[in-house]
Design a protein around this ligand. Structure first.
Ligand code: NAD
Length: 457
């Protein structure tokens, strides 16, 4: 399998791709090795994960360079992701012992009865991952999954395979047996072959279309299926905000990582009293973003990681313009350089008749629509099948909390956006997925409870 640098189009590595036979052999080895891994004291697995954390800090610059070369993510953002990984690891390391500890829920001396809950690993699970934040989305699964005593078959995205390989090598180096964390390299067909194994769980991060295919493939196995899928994340800007601050914050929320984040701001609704002023500030901010060589520290916008997304963005813009939208900046791919580049694009005069306000864009494209009041904003925010995050910008906290209470999304933002915390559950509703990672719920999701009824005779 060839690995291509999306900033230049150059082939930078060749990897041996897995096939159905190698996937099966890796599954069998994982199933054999998992019980011994689970039988280790939890403190030993915690120690291994501490070594993994230490390797990340030691190799940070080199790991950032690998991620930038294969995904086109600007180097400053690659370093941000690796630095952001450390508090996630710390959260898991600081909370796993207490979260997985046996819980005595009844101690009835008079009748000699005790009730206890213990948490057991699921067994062998698959971690099928996306490319846009390979460290974040992978670690949300393999770190608590391994700590809980599972074997984790890790399939990084075909667009982040070198990073996947680096992650596997660091975990093996830290003391996770190779059979307990097998690396599977390849695309969708290799992922599909993985689903043919007798898995005890599938933890997937990727698009709704693939998530639906995975849910269909796994139906009937009764294995745990967790899906972290796409979003069409809305934000409403009320008329009482500091317009310049809100516009700058939301431009970053929409265009950080070229909009290739599941929680990127994808739709903005602005109260009509401040609509023109907001759009002016927003467009000025976007036109000030530095696009260029992703290895340059000053670069904010690099190429798109997946070239096929260029067609999706152009189709959404064409559809919107046909229905009356106005292109305020950008609007097309950039063709005077090799690789996959798209001009950051702001559309105004958009409506929900247009695909851009309904389907995930997953790129540097945003539609800004005016609304008459809070009720209209809320109705529009809840109008897509997705439900990952939603935000409200206003100085009025009760107004924000009332709106956010009624919004159908797993994450609610007041005066902030595009933010993930290891302490809070990360979960999507509707087409944004099933189940949660992060927080204590994101540890327990890798275990199955056992209920003990103990009678002393
Ligand atoms: P994708 O669905 O194309 O691929 C994801 C993974 O699934 C890859 O490893 C791919 O090889 C594998 N795959 C593809 N077909 C498969 C099949 N039939 N069986 C098994 N595996 C298969 O998604 P992507 O382009 O890598 O990622 C972008 C998407 O991920 C966006 O929609 C984004 O919003 C979403 N995402 C969601 C979250 C979240 O936390 N909710 C986080 C990051 C990305």
């Amino acid at each position: 399998m060839q690995v291509t640098n999306p900033a230049t189009g150059a082939v930078i590595a060749e990897l041996r791709e897995d096939d159905a036979a190698s996937v099966e052999a890796k599954f069998d080895a994982a199933a054999d090795a998992q019980p011994a891994w689970a039988a280790l004291p939890l403190a030993d697995r915690v120690e291994v994960m501490r070594k993994f954390r230490a390797t990340i800090t030691y190799r940070l610059d080199d790991l950032a360079a690998i991620m930038t070369a294969e995904t086109g993510k600007p180097i400053a953002l690659s370093r941000n992701e690796l630095n952001g990984l450390l508090p996630r690891l710390d959260f898991f390391l600081d909370n796993v012992v207490e979260t997985l500890a046996p819980e005595v829920v009844l101690l009835d001396d008079a009748n000699g009865m005790e009730e206890v809950i213990t948490q057991e690993p699921l067994g062998v699970i698959a971690n099928i991952s996306a490319w846009n934040y390979p460290y974040f989305v992978g670690s949300n699964v393999f770190v608590p999954g391994l700590l809980a005593g599972n074997a984790v078959i890790y399939k990084p995205s075909e667009l982040a395979s070198l990073t996947g390989q680096a992650i596997a090598e660091m975990l093996w180096g830290a003391g996770v047996p190779e059979a307990v964390f097998p690396l599977v390299i390849g695309g969708g067909d290799v992922g599909a072959a993985l689903l043919e194994q007798r898995l005890n769980g599938v933890f997937f991060t990727g698009s709704y279309a693939t998530g639906k295919r995975i849910a269909e493939a796994m139906a009937g196995t009764m294995a745990r299926v967790q899906l972290e899928l796409g979003g069409k994340d809305p934000v409403y800007v009320a008329e009482d905000v500091d317009v310049a601050i809100a516009a700058a914050s939301l431009a970053d929320g929409a265009f950080y990582n070229n909009g290739q984040s599941c929680c990127s701001v994808e739709r903005i609704y602005v109260h009509r009293d401040i609509y023109d002023e907001f759009v002016d500030h927003f467009v000025r901010t976007v036109e000030g973003f530095t696009m260029g060589d992703p290895t340059d520290d000053a670069t904010y916008l690099g190429p798109l990681t997946r070239p096929a997304q260029l067609d999706v963005l152009e189709a959404q813009i064409e559809n919107a313009v046909e229905c009356g939208a106005v292109v305020r900046t950008g609007g097309a791919r950039i063709t005077d350089r090799p690789g996959a580049w798209f001009a950051p694009t702001v559309l105004t005069d958009v409506t929900h008749e247009m695909d851009v306000m309904y389907d995930e864009s997953f790129g540097p494209l945003i539609g800004i629509q005016w609304v008459a009041d809070d009720d209209e904003a809320l109705a529009l925010m809840n109008e897509t099948p997705f439900g990952l995050t939603a935000g409200v910008f206003t100085t009025d906290e009760p107004r924000a909390t009332e709106l956010l209470r009624r919004v159908n999304a797993g994450t609610a933002y007041w005066n902030c956006c595009d933010r993930v915390s290891p302490r809070l559950p990360w979960s999507g509703r509707g087409h944004s997925g099933l189940g949660s990672t992060l927080s204590r719920a994101g540890i327990l999701t890798f275990t199955q409870p056992k209920a003990w009824h103990l009678r002393k005779l």
